[in-house]
Ligand binder design. Structure first.
Ligand SMILES: Nc1ncnc2c1ncn2[C@@H]1O[C@H](COP(=O)(O)OP(=O)(O)OP(=O)(O)O)[C@@H](O)[C@H]1O
Ligand SMILES: [Mg+2]
Length: 293
């Protein structure tokens, strides 16, 4: 799982840690699968090195480029369970940190107990925290997260008053949907706390391998044509003629899967073209596909 490109010292340390961790199966179901195909070797190598050094990593890439897959992949490499939060949903302090509730013990006595949320669990257990769409975090949430990312790595639990300092193995991976064309607003102080890694759409031979292993479509010629379609769409994205989501590998996989049962042009329309807002953009995808299929 670890290539030669990872410095030997780090490889050995990670192997050692993995062996120690194997004894501890608690939360093992939260360890991700190593299924990320790196578009370039440095993407994976630098992410691993930064995390090894205790840095927070921010993954920047368009929708369906494999950011979540990469986070799961490093969770597997470090053999650390990963807790996930998504900032685009209505997150409040309770959803992140936890809440107090009434519980009954065996004698029937009621007592107030604290049910920890994902941040608390990751910090105290030394697990990974995956913060998705971090640019969408509301100001209240941001100030909470800023403290966690700080060199102090601590947070005051407003429900218990307790100051929690993170376990040394605690790591943060965050993601934003930033595409080929623009940038998304992201608080400077927040950005400053991360090492950033750009993730482009997987292309060429590596994409072919991914489609071949993941899709229910097995026709080699068609799979190769989809790889070409993806390259052509990414060119149009780079020229500003298509939005990023037109190049999503998730959508491409959907199109391949559908093509196992319906004609490719219909599959492309359903999986890629028809969800685009603009009529000209839909036409551009269809025209591009028509030159290939
Ligand atoms: N580099 C890659 N390696 C492996 N799988 C990939 C890769 N890129 C895309 N995929 C596939 O595409 C799908 C979408 O990937 P993923 O959910 O990680 O994207 P994402 O960047 O997190 O997207 P979003 O921004 O919409 O959350 C996955 O199910 C995966 O199968
Ligand atoms: Mg994702």
């Amino acid at each position: 799982m670890l290539t030669e490109a990872i410095p030997q010292e780090i490889r050995e340390q990670l192997e050692q840690k993995r062996e120690q961790m194997n004894a501890n199966t608690e939360d093992a179901n939260l360890i991700g699968a190593a299924a990320f195909e790196a578009p370039r070797e440095d993407i994976l190598v630098d992410t691993i090195i930064a995390l090894y050094l205790g840095k927070n990593v921010l993954l920047k890439g368009p929708t369906g480029s494999g950011k979540t897959k990469l986070a799961e992949h490093v969770s597997a490499i470090f053999n650390q369970p990963m807790h996930a939060v998504n900032c685009s949903t209505d997150l409040d302090a309770e959803a992140l940190l936890g809440f107090k509730t009434l519980s009954h013990d065996e004698q029937g006595h009621s007592q107030i107990v604290f049910i920890p949320g994902p941040i608390m669990k990751a910090m105290t257990k030394g697990h990974f925290l995956y913060i998705d769409e971090i640019n969408m975090a509301k100001p209240e949430t941001l100030s909470l997260i800023n403290g966690v990312l700080d060199y102090r790595r601590s947070i005051t639990n407003p429900f218990t008053g307790e100051v929690i300092t993170a376990h040394p193995d605690f790591r943060v991976v965050a993601a934003i949907n930033e595409g080929y064309m623009g940038t998304v607003p992201l608080n400077e102080a927040l950005k400053n706390r991360f090492v950033t890694v750009d993730i482009p759409y997987l292309q060429g031979e590596a994409l072919y391998k991914l489609l071949k292993s993941k899709s229910v479509l097995h026709d080699d010629k068609l799979l190769r044509t989809y790889v070409q379609l993806s390259a052509d769409l990414v060119t149009l994205i780079e020229m500003g003629q298509l939005p990023d989501e037109a190049g999503s590998i998730r959508a491409l996989l959907d199109a391949c899967d559908l093509t196992a049962y319906i004609p490719p042009m219909r599959a492309v329309a359903r999986a890629i073209a028809d969800k685009l807002e603009d009529e000209r953009e839909r036409a551009a995808v269809i025209n591009t596909a028509e030159t290939l299929f």
